[in-house]
Ligand binder design. Sequence first.
Ligand SMILES: [Zn+2]
Length: 91
Amino acid sequence: MTTTPLSVREKALRALSRVTRDQETGCLISATLDRKGRAVVRYQMDGQTIRVLAHRAVYAALHQPLKPYQALRRRCGDLRCVEPTHFTLTS
Ligand SMILES: [Zn+2]
């Protein structure tokens, strides 16, 4: 059983592991969604399911780890999208 959190890079790789490109919008659509339809990364740690938002995981790996209060906005508006060029830091 995993007892250490995934690294920033591992989370991003998982976030990008089950995606398809939408040829019209350029969105990178994740197949792993939560109940609200948001792209997420799920993993087990200490018997618990940890869930992180996939686009934040991707951003953290490419730029810097995000503070909880820092918001990312997707210009495409698609909650399933993890395409890094589609979101910008707004705070
Ligand atoms: Zn998008």
